[in-house]
Design a protein around this ligand. Structure first.
Ligand code: ACO
Length: 332
């Protein structure tokens, strides 16, 4: 049997507290003008004391299940992409599984920093294609603010907290001739995923702590200019690789939903791809960089406000620490 992963619904959650650039400038040596000019960011959401990644993830997952009209008992796999787990172990996904009331299946975390959601998409899609899972909740959730050094103005102004989720379900496409179906109504679901990493660039973006090295959580460290340069190149390349693999061009894409790192990265990538600005879903000005949560947050917003419609071709792409980068092409 041949299976295709169909996206059934989505959901997201943002912590209540909004911190504007002006508020940040009261405690950090920065300004609204500097942050907006360099990044496009105006504000970010920050989790409350005691509000954990699992709380954000659970809220997003529950909303996605309600949107998909799928009961938690039908779910047989929870994949949670996160860099900020509640604890070093157990996997935060198992907490979410328990709180969703699921008693069957499996749950685990995926760690690829800002690329986590597309890595998770590839994992979930491959479980479904292999016939090993039928209904998957894929979540991207971060309390990234907990990894920030609030005295390092080069990094602490860039990030925020949040979570997003999608529900994916196996559709039997054994009788479907893929080549003949491209672009038609039956051609829904994950068309392809593409992943890359390059460990030689570990030192461009990392956290200076960990259980095995320092026995501390550590703080984000980054060589911003190098990350910027790599992001534009890798994100344009991965988009090209994805479209080539499917025999499509930029014009065929209805929506580009990129990882929301920085407005200038989004603009430079779009320019390199020849993609119209109107086709790009942008949330970075309100959410800042929520790492692995940024793509599902943006997806959820564009689905709920009616931009992304059933049958639309949606290209997701991301780059993060590792460096890792990847993409997923989905017929919504
Ligand atoms: N407020 C005011 N001034 C600042 C701030 C700040 N928050 N941060 C840095 N500066 C100062 C620096 O100290 C420096 O001052 P100097 O010239 O007196 O030494 C000056 O601004 C320029 O600093 P640069 O780091 O060279 O600034 P740059 O133009 O490269 O912009 C930025 C920095 C915005 C971080 C940029 O490099 C960038 O966007 N990089 C991509 C990083 C990113 O998005 N990372 C997210 C994770 S990876 C991902 O998600 C893809």
């Amino acid at each position: 049997m041949q299976f295709r992963s169909i996206v059934m619904g989505c959901g997201s959650y943002l912590p209540e507290r909004v911190v504007t650039n002006a508020e940040l400038a009261e405690s950090v040596d920065t300004s609204d003008d500097w942050i907006q000019t360099r990044t496009g960011i105006k504000q970010r959401h920050i989790a409350a004391d005691g509000e954990l990644t699992s709380d954000l993830a659970l809220a997003a997952a529950e909303r996605a299940l309600a949107h998909a009209e799928v009961d938690a008992n039908e779910v047989d796999l929870v994949v949670l992409a996160t860099t900020t787990p509640d604890n070093t172990f157990p996997a935060t996904a198992t907490k979410v599984q328990y709180k969703l009331g699921m008693t069957n299946g499996a749950a685990f975390d995926v760690q690829a920093v800002c690329s986590g959601f597309v890595y998770g998409l590839a994992v979930a899609d491959n479980f479904i294609k292999a016939g090993q899972a039928k209904t998957v909740v894929l979540i991207g959730a971060e309390t990234f603010s907990r990894l920030l050094d609030w005295e390092d103005r080069g990094t602490c102004v860039l990030f925020g907290d949040g979570a997003g989720a999608i529900v994916m379900r196996a559709a039997n496409v054994t009788d479907q001739t893929a080549a003949a179906e491209v672009g038609c109504e039956r051609d829904r679901g994950v068309l392809s995923t593409h992943l890359h990493s390059d460990g030689s660039t570990n030192d461009l973006l990392y956290v200076d702590g960990g259980p095995s090295s320092t026995q501390t959580v550590g703080h984000v460290r980054m060589i911003g200019r190098e990350v910027f340069r790599n992001a534009v190149t890798n994100l344009a390349d991965i988009a090209g690789e994805t479209l080539d693999a499917n025999g499509l061009t930029t014009d065929d894409v209805d929506w580009l939903v990129p990882h929301q790192a920085n407005r200038r990265i989004l603009d430079s990538t779009a320019k390199k791809l020849g993609m119209q600005q109107e086709k790009i879903v942008v949330t970075v000005e309100r959410h800042a960089n929520t790492s692995t949560a940024s793509i599902p947050l943006a997806l959820d917003e564009a689905v709920r406000d009616g931009r992304i419609q059933k049958g639309d071709l949606v290209l997701m792409e991301a780059m993060g620490g590792g460096l890792t980068w990847g993409s997923g092409l989905v017929r919504w």
